[in-house]
Design a binder for this molecule. Structure first.
Ligand SMILES: [Ca+2]
Length: 340
């Protein structure tokens, strides 16, 4: 009777999210402090509840794994959103609207255990579907999956900094920031980019460690370009093996299955970057150029491969009205008139 009850504290359901963290262990301790419910038989005296707790902790606590799955964010209560980020009514996570110079952050509220024995980076695996929708063809600046020590990334700048860092701290070892960028502007300056449609690995700096034009490898080996500004949903898979220190990043437009060959396969030891507990989530920014940046679903695990998203359950971004040629002409005319 007690075993399934306590075990359930380790796999607590929040909407369609599952967490197995210290929070669960604390819940378990609270559970054991409470007197049994009326219809619940007391734990037999020879098997004290504390002993039962210690037995269960010995089974579950060494991994401190986190695992969750959001097929849309309609019932996601444990999220920290700031600036322009919000969850719209159908469950789409909107990081930015198409206003200029915006930043949006969305992080899981609870920190994730990312360093084993305080020295070795944990393996992790994540899959998510994003959609960058651009009205009137401007398009900028991009979004990123982030592992950071902060849920708000204070002082971060918009535009080419993607809401991750700033001109003041870009490149500092003390940032403890890891990100995978999906960048739609070719920046010059402190965050120089290879092109205006790329995927890259950032460690403490927007001057990326590895950059590749956005693409996937088809089964025959052919490299197929992916337009990040297509307005169509794109799935990304990021897998880091803490044992081999290999990071793999793969993308493909929906509904394609995961390509076998990753776009980026990079040897990097994240142990000096991660702290024991980190926050995982997303950041996006606009600058002079703008897009709506959306996340439609997200799966994450530090305990094996992230669960597959159920693509049939994912919400769609709201349809944006594109300015008609007539209204564009009107806007242009207004701009010309107002500049005179
Ligand atoms: Ca960049």
């Amino acid at each position: 009777m007690w075993t399934p009850l306590i075990a359930s504290a380790f796999r607590k359901q929040h909407g369609n999210v599952y967490l197995m963290t210290w929070r669960s262990i604390l819940s378990c301790i609270e559970l054991c402090k409470q007197p049994p419910a009326q219809n619940m038989p007391a734990v037999p005296a020879p098997f004290p509840r504390l002993l039962l707790l210690l037995l269960l902790l010995s089974i579950y606590s060494p991994t401190l794994a986190t695992e969750f799955l959001f097929n849309g964010f309609k019932q996601a209560a444990n999220f920290s959103l700031d600036a322009s980020a919000r969850i719209i009514s159908n469950g789409v996570l909107q990081l930015t609207n198409d206003s200029k110079s915006q930043i949006g952050h969305a992080f899981l509220s609870s920190p994730v255990h990312m360093l084993h024995n305080r020295s070795v980076a944990a393996s992790f695996s994540t899959a998510f579907v994003f959609d960058i929708v651009t009205v009137n063809g401007s398009g900028g600046d991009g979004l990123a999956f982030v592992v950071a020590t902060s849920k708000t990334l204070p002082g971060a700048e918009n535009g080419q900094f993607l809401g991750l860092l700033s001109s003041q701290n870009n490149g500092n070892f003390s940032n403890h920031l890891f990100a995978i960028e999906f960048d739609t502007v070719k920046a010059i300056g402190p965050c120089t980019d290879i092109d205006e449609n790329h995927v890259c690995v950032d460690v403490n700096s927007l001057q990326s460690n590895v950059s590749k034009p956005a693409a996937y490898y088809a089964d025959g080996g052919k490299k197929v370009s992916v337009d990040l500004l297509s307005g169509q949903p794109i799935q990304a898979w990021i897998d880091y093996n803490g044992g081999t220190s290999i990071l793999n990043v793969t993308i493909a437009p929906l509904p394609l299955p995961r390509p076998r060959r990753p776009l980026i396969s990079h040897a990097i030891d994240l142990s000096p970057i991660f702290k024991e507990y980190m926050y995982v989530g997303f950041s996006a920014a606009t600058g002079k150029l703008t897009s709506f940046h959306y996340i439609l679903g997200w799966s994450f695990s530090t305990d094996g491969v992230a669960s597959s998203l159920d693509l049939s359950q994912l919400p769609l971004p709201p349809r944006q009205k594109e300015a008609s040629p007539a209204s564009r002409a009107s806007i242009l005319k207004t701009a010309v008139v107002s500049s005179i």
